[in-house]
Design a protein around this ligand. Structure first.
Ligand SMILES: [Zn+2]
Length: 229
């Protein structure tokens, strides 16, 4: 994927590992896809709180992964939804971000799906392409000048192949952003179908039992702490 994008992949710090059969997956789909409004309304604050507690606990890890304080926070743009990604309008998320990352500015409109000349025909969930997204003129305020050298955080509900999130990260880099980190609420794994996912899950799943806190360590904490343990 990095070769196809022509840029190194952005670091990914998932809030939780999310096997497809986990109730978390139902939650991360349900907050936007459930046909029942009451269910969407019940799930949405849970998704927001997952992201908020992670960012409060691991804001320094996110900044370290990006090589410095975060300037812009936005949701990975949607490729199919005309109204944009559900996370961008998730109630209370902007406030949660400003508490967790005081240096950062909530910029939900910074990126949009490319409109000109044509969205790349090859783009899909498995085909990363930086041209799939572009910096929106209004979203970027003064445009790319203000983006140059800044650092961005992309939030997403789920990270499956990563093509969409990594394409968005690459589009930001091409617009001058110096570094991008990606925080998905759930890194979707399919242990039944993929031996690599199964092995990854076994190696990284927090040990079950009282006192086990999956938020205690993020991918960055684990990386940093590992050599000294
Ligand atoms: Zn951390």
């Amino acid at each position: 994927m990095a070769a196809r994008l022509g840029l190194p992949l952005a670091p990914v710090l998932p809030v939780r590992l999310c096997p497809l059969r986990d109730p978390l997956y139902a939650l991360l789909m349900g907050y936007k896809e459930s046909p029942v409004a009451e269910a969407r309304g019940r799930f949405a604050p849970l998704v927001r709180d997952l992201l908020r507690s992670f960012l409060v606990a691991h804001g320094p890890c996110v900044a370290a992964a990006a090589g410095g304080l975060i300037d812009h926070v936005l949701a990975v743009p949607s490729t199919a939804r005309p109204d944009g990604p559900p996370l961008a309008t998730l109630e209370g998320l902007a406030a949660a971000v400003s508490v967790a990352l005081p240096s950062a500015c909530w910029a939900p409109g910074l990126l949009r799906r490319s409109r000109s000349p044509e969205p790349p025909a090859t783009f899909g969930h498995m085909r990363p392409d930086a041209r799939a997204f572009e910096v929106a003129p209004a979203g970027g305020r003064a445009g790319t000048v203000t983006l140059r050298g800044t650092r961005a955080l992309l939030l997403d509900d789920t990270y499956v192949s990563g093509a969409r999130a990594q394409s968005a990260a690459a589009a930001l880099r091409l617009a001058g952003v110096a570094a991008v980190a990606i925080v998905p609420a759930g890194r979707v794994l399919r242990p039944e179908r993929s031996a690599a996912h199964d092995a990854f899950l076994q190696a990284h799943r927090a040990p079950p039992g009282p006192g086990a806190d999956p938020l205690q360590r993020c991918a960055r904490c684990v990386q940093v702490a590992a050599p000294t343990e």
